[in-house]
Design a protein around this ligand. Structure first.
Ligand SMILES: O=C(O)c1[nH]c(=O)[nH]c(=O)c1I
Length: 312
C-alpha cells in the first residue's frame, strides 16, 4: 500500500510534509523533517530581509489545536536558499519547497528573482495568507491584488509555483477565487492557512494567552478541519485539473489525511499536530493512512483521490 504522490511533475515517496511555519525556521528544525518519514519539507515563509517577528509569547497550543501570532519571523530568503542548495546536493533525489512572501508586488518579484538566480530546483509556495503582521492585510482576501500579483509573478518566474491561501467561507468567494486562479499556470493551490484572528482566553487569569495583537492570532488544529476540507474540495471542484491541491488544516491522524485526499488533495501538510508531536508523527500518520486504505481495499492514493460522494 503506497502513500506516494506526484506534485508539480515531481515524485514524492510520501504525501505527508510539514506546513510552512512549523519545524522549518532554521537548519536545526529542517534537518529533523528531512530525516523523518515526511516526503519533503517546506521552509518558513521567507522575506527579503530577516525578521525577528512579534513579541513572545506568540504561540500557544490548546486542547483542540493552537493559536499563533508569530509575525513572520524568518532568517531571510538567502539563508533558506543556501540550506536547500545543500540538501539538493546531499539528498538529490528529493524535491523541496521554498515558501516566500513579499510585503508588496515589488518584493514578490525580488524574491522570485533571487530564486531564479540561485541553484534552487524545487517548488515555490507563494504565501498569500499571513494573518499576523500588524498592518499587513491577508492578501488572499483582496481578489484584485491576487490577480495583479499572479500576473506579475508568472511574467517573471517560470518554475513550478503554487499559492498558500487563507480559508474562504462563502461559495461566491470560492467561485471568484477559482476564476482568478484558473487564469494562471499554477502548479498547485494550498488550502488552508490558519483561520486568522481568533482569540484564546485563559479563564483563570481572565487574560489572553499570546502577547501580539491583544491576543488575536491564527487558529489551527481540530477547530479548522471542516473549513480546511471544504476549501480543499471547493477548489478541487472548480480548478483546472492541471492545478493540484495541497490539503492543510486539522490533520492529526491518518484518517484526517484520508479525508483531505478524498476531497481532492494530492499532498497533505501538517502544522499544529507536528508542532505538538515532532517529526516522529510522520511515521504514525503514514501507518494510519495505510490502515485506512487497507480497510477499504485501496492500494494507492489515486484509488480514492477526489472521490467524495454527495447525497444527491
Ligand atoms: O505569524 C506567522 O508568521 C504566520 N502564521 C500563520 O498562521 N500563517 C502564516 O502564513 C504566517 I507568515
Amino acid at each position: 500500500i503506497s502513500t506516494e504522490t506526484t506534485l508539480a511533475g515531481y515524485h514524492f515517496d510520501n504525501c505527508f510534509m510539514n506546513a510552512a511555519g512549523v519545524y522549518c525556521y532554521d537548519a536545526a528544525e529542517l534537518n529533523q523533517v528531512q530525516a523523518s518519514m515526511a516526503g519533503t519539507f517546506v521552509t518558513k515563509s521567507a522575506t527579503v530581509m530577516p525578521r525577528s517577528g512579534n513579541p513572545e509569547p506568540r504561540y500557544q497550543p490548546t486542547r483542540l489545536g493552537s493559536i499563533n501570532s508569530m509575525g513572520l519571523p524568518n532568517e531571510g530568503l538567502p539563508y533558506y536558499l543556501d540550506y536547500v542548495s545543500q540538501q539538493q546536493k546531499a539528498v538529490p533525489d528529493k524535491t523541496y519547497f521554498q515558501s516566500i512572501t513579499g510585503f508588496n508586488i515589488e518584493e514578490d518579484e525580488q524574491l522570485l528573482a533571487q530564486i531564479s538566480a540561485s541553484d534552487f530546483k524545487g517548488v515555490v509556495e507563494l504565501n498569500l495568507s499571513c494573518p499576523n503582521v500588524p498592518g499587513k492585510p491577508q492578501t488572499g482576501y483582496d481578489f484584485e491584488m491576487v490577480e495583479r500579483i499572479l500576473t506579475r509573478v508568472f511574467t517573471v518566474y517560470h518554475g513550478p509555483l503554487g499559492v498558500k491561501l487563507p480559508p474562504y467561507f462563502d461559495i461566491v468567494h470560492f467561485d471568484q477565487m477559482a476564476a482568478i486562479l484558473n487564469q494562471f499556470p499554477l502548479a498547485f493551490v494550498n488550502s488552508v492557512n490558519s483561520i486568522g484572528n481568533g482569540l484564546k482566553i485563559d479563564v483563570a487569569t481572565e487574560r489572553v494567552v499570546i502577547k501580539p495583537k491583544h491576543g488575536f492570532g491564527g487558529i489551527g488544529g481540530d477547530y479548522i478541519k471542516p473549513t480546511a476540507l471544504a476549501n480543499v474540495h471547493a477548489f478541487y471542484q472548480r480548478l483546472n485539473p492541471a492545478i493540484q491541491i495541497i490539503g492543510t488544516g486539522g490533520i492529526k491522524s491518518g484518517q484526517d489525511a484520508f479525508e483531505h485526499i478524498l476531497c481532492g488533495a494530492s499532498m497533505v501538510q501538517v502544522g499544529t499536530a507536528l508542532q505538538k508531536e515532532g517529526p516522529i508523527i510522520f511515521e504514525r500518520l503514514t501507518r494510519e493512512l495505510q490502515t485506512s486504505m487497507a480497510q477499504k481495499g485501496y492500494t494507492k492514493l489515486s484509488d480514492f483521490r477526489g472521490k467524495l460522494q454527495y447525497l444527491d
